[in-house]
Design a protein around this ligand. Structure first.
Ligand SMILES: [Ca+2]
Ligand SMILES: [Ca+2]
Ligand SMILES: [Ca+2]
Ligand SMILES: [Ca+2]
Length: 465
């Protein structure tokens, strides 16, 4: 099961990466001679001898829940000269699993597996019956006489008709988990019915398994195809965000007539996909005629998640290289930032506009914020600190960063000015990060009058003090 999950996770990743070219074809894994015919149809084998193909649906099936699968099988148009048939398979080997050709039906050889075979060639050594038949087997065996036979072959068509008639045959597989009941319907007739704990007896308790089809030809052949209905796995629970709406979905009906009850919170209760805007959890029943003209009733539970308001973020100034950190792990199921990051624990440091979307269940809320960055102001004062009495000195300020506002001690805020008295100049600068101050002493000086006395006569060789 672990391995299967890993493969599945990888496949999801692949889908995400290649979503621009997503098509139905990528929802399946085709192996051997199998190939997509477009839509939900696959050719499992061509009308050639010794062909071998398998197709596995990308969404695994869950045996711990009920399911009801419908598909069309076409066995080709050659009866006595045609072979070999198709097997509906559940397995947890891999999405590449493929068995043996000929009477092996592409099923023989891989285990653990569960198969419902639609066999149109009589291999007497395997316990086949003369009629085209349906049987249930396990673990890659097509031998009805072996211990791997779960239910013996019965004619596919009551009375023993031929299924290699070139027509699409509607096949329906119904699993009821509570009673471990599996039903196989062929052309609207119930042909096989077993009570068997598939999960425990075959898959060692694993409930998540691959499912799909195998097919082969041998010394005789037919072109064999399988077409899955696109609504093959209809959800039985949906969730909407209160105040919003969601499209419900029922399966294809024979006459496109539906009745949803109760007729509450629906825009139209008689169409296949009504829009539902319920504000409370509610169970709907939808009744319609299925492809076999039986009146069919499905249940769909619609749950409601409460909307919420997010208040996680504010416009923020980050100072001196600090970051804006978030830990949203406990509050939200998932997060998506405008950068594309889905991290719930994150620290932002760069300036810019940010937005995020957060989910609680299927409800989400958006928020935006701005980050600006700055550093604490720095004051540089320059100019002559000494000047002559009666003169003045020019003092310059160089304040960084540019968002800092500043003032001299008297409230003026020019970048340069003259001072003419002794002072200890105070300058204050502030921005969102900090408020700082600096001082700068300036002093006026008085030069004494020099008196060198009267002019005197000095003879060569004399000195004068
Ligand atoms: Ca045949
Ligand atoms: Ca056979
Ligand atoms: Ca058989
Ligand atoms: Ca036949």
């Amino acid at each position: 099961m672990k391995r299967l999950k890993k493969i599945y996770a990888f496949y999801l990743l692949f889908l995400l990466v290649s979503s621009s070219v997503k098509s139905y074809g990528q929802s399946y894994f085709a192996n051997g001679n199998a190939r997509s015919l477009g839509g939900n149809c696959y050719q499992l084998t061509g009308a050639l001898d010794w062909q071998l193909g398998s197709v596995w649906y990308a969404d695994p099936i869950d045996l711990s829940k009920d399911f009801d699968l419908e598909f069309y099988l076409n066995f080709g148009g050659k009866d006595n000269s045609g072979a070999d048939g198709i097997v509906f398979v559940m397995q947890d080997v891999s999405n590449k699993a493929i068995g043996k050709s000929g009477g092996g039906l592409g099923f023989e050889g891989f285990s653990p597996s569960f198969g419902v075979e639609f066999d149109d060639f009589n291999n007497q050594d395997k316990g086949d019956i003369a009629s085209d038949h349906i049987a249930i087997l396990k673990n890659g065996s097509v031998d009805h006489n072996s211990t791997n036979s779960i239910s013996a072959p019965v004619a596919a068509i009551s009375g023993g008709g031929n299924i290699e008639d070139g027509l699409d045959h509607l096949v329906r597989i119904v699993w009821t988990e509570s009673t471990n009941e599996l039903q196989v319907w062929f052309d609207c007739d119930l042909r096989q019915r077993i009570f068997y704990d598939i999960q425990k007896n075959i898959f060692n308790g694993d409930n998540i398994v691959y499912w799909g089809f195998t097919s082969s030809t041998g010394g005789l052949n037919n072109r064999q195809t399988a077409c899955l209905r696109d609504d093959i796995l209809v959800e039985d629970t949906m969730t909407l965000c209160k105040g919003g709406s969601i499209l419900l979905n029922a399966r294809e009906s024979k006459n496109d007539q539906y009745t949803w009850t109760p007729d509450l919170y629906l825009d139209n209760n008689s169409i296949r996909t009504p829009s539902c805007s319920t504000t409370v959890p509610i169970t709907y029943y939808v009744e319609y005629k299925d492809l076999c003209d039986n009146v069919f009733k499905d249940t769909l539970f619609v749950d409601v998640d409460p909307p919420f308001i997010m208040d996680e973020v504010q416009d923020t100034l980050l100072c001196n290289g600090a970051g804006y950190s978030f830990d949203l792990t406990s509050k939200y199921d998932s997060i998506r930032w405008n950068s594309g990051s889905r991290n719930k624990i994150i620290t932002w440091v760069d300036e810019g506009e940010y937005s995020l979307r957060a989910w609680q269940g299927v409800c989400y809320a958006d928020d935006t914020f701005n980050i600006t960055t700055s550093v604490s102001p720095e004051i540089k004062i320059s100019g002559d600190s000494l000047f002559c009495l009666g003169d003045s000195t020019l003092i310059n300020l160089d304040i960084n960063p540019s968002d800092a506002i500043y003032q001299w001690e008297d409230g003026l805020s020019n970048a340069s000015r003259y001072f003419s008295v002794t002072d200890n100049i105070l300058v204050i600068a502030k921005n969102g990060c900090d408020s700082v101050s600096d001082t700068y002493p300036i002093r006026s000086v008085t030069l004494e009058q020099l008196n060198l006395g009267d002019d005197q006569l000095l003879c060569i060789g004399d000195t004068l003090v």
